[in-house]
Ligand binder design. Structure first.
Ligand SMILES: C[S@@+](CC[C@H](N)C(=O)[O-])C[C@H]1O[C@@H](n2cnc3c(N)ncnc32)[C@H](O)[C@@H]1O
Length: 201
């Protein structure tokens, strides 16, 4: 009897990892269907280009700025930004539960104190206070983001850096094609209040 119990409980226990994998895959699938894009991370070359652009620009010159990753996925890009710009506050909005949970725990383990992951739809958040928005989305996501940025324009100078997809109907300040497998383009836009001279022209 005891032998049978041990064998049965052993069989049930061996199913647990399989169940966990199925639950994880289902969770990722649901997130992908909901947002229209999987949490696939952007490439290291793309990360390097984003960091380069942020260093070149004057958007990060003052003491503490806010950078928002619109759809932070597993957090790869946000980790990089948090490490390269420790003075700044980095926020990643992510709807998909598992990538959000993973990135939140990983940020704790890495001790990145300037990095926050929030499980929320970035389209429903106030993005107008961010100095820099970064994203790696899909064409429909870019349209929705553009609509949001047009309907609630920031009062401040704001930058958007988009990996792979352009913001429809807007002229980028710069665009660079990378030498990665997908010939990824990285677009940089100036958004928000237009620059005026000191005498108000
Ligand atoms: C391709 S991944 C990019 C991840 C990360 N930014 C990077 O560059 O590695 C896009 C992520 O955006 C998330 N996403 C798409 N639309 C979203 C929305 N409206 N609110 C929050 N997250 C969203 C998806 O769940 C997905 O994880």
């Amino acid at each position: 009897m005891d032998q049978l119990f041990v064998e049965l409980s052993g069989q049930y226990l061996s199913i647990i990892p399989v169940l966990l994998v199925i639950i994880a895959l289902m969770s990722i699938l649901i997130g992908t269907l909901r947002t229209g894009i999987s949490p696939m991370p952007s490439s290291r070359k793309a990360h390097r280009q984003v960091v380069r652009l942020l260093r070149q620009s004057n958007a990060l010159t003052s003491s503490k700025r806010q950078l928002i990753d619109c759809g932070s996925g597993w957090g790869n890009l946000a980790f990089k930004l948090a490490r390269h710009f420790p003075e700044d506050k980095i926020v990643g909005f992510e709807l998909s539960r598992l990538p959000w949970l993973f990135s939140t725990l990983a940020a704790r383990v890495m001790g990145l104190k300037n990095l926050y992951f929030i499980r929320a739809d970035f389209l429903k958040q106030d993005l107008s206070t961010a100095d820099v928005l970064v994203c790696y989305l899909h064409p429909e996501g870019m349209q929705k983001l553009n609509h949001k940025l047009t309907s609630v324009p920031s009062e401040y100078q704001q930058q958007l850096i988009s990996i792979y997809f352009a913001l429809p109907g807007r002229q980028p300040q710069s665009q660079e094609q990378l030498t990665d497998l997908y010939r990824t383009k990285v677009y940089q836009y100036q958004l928000g209040r237009p620059v005026t001279s000191s005498n108000g022209d």
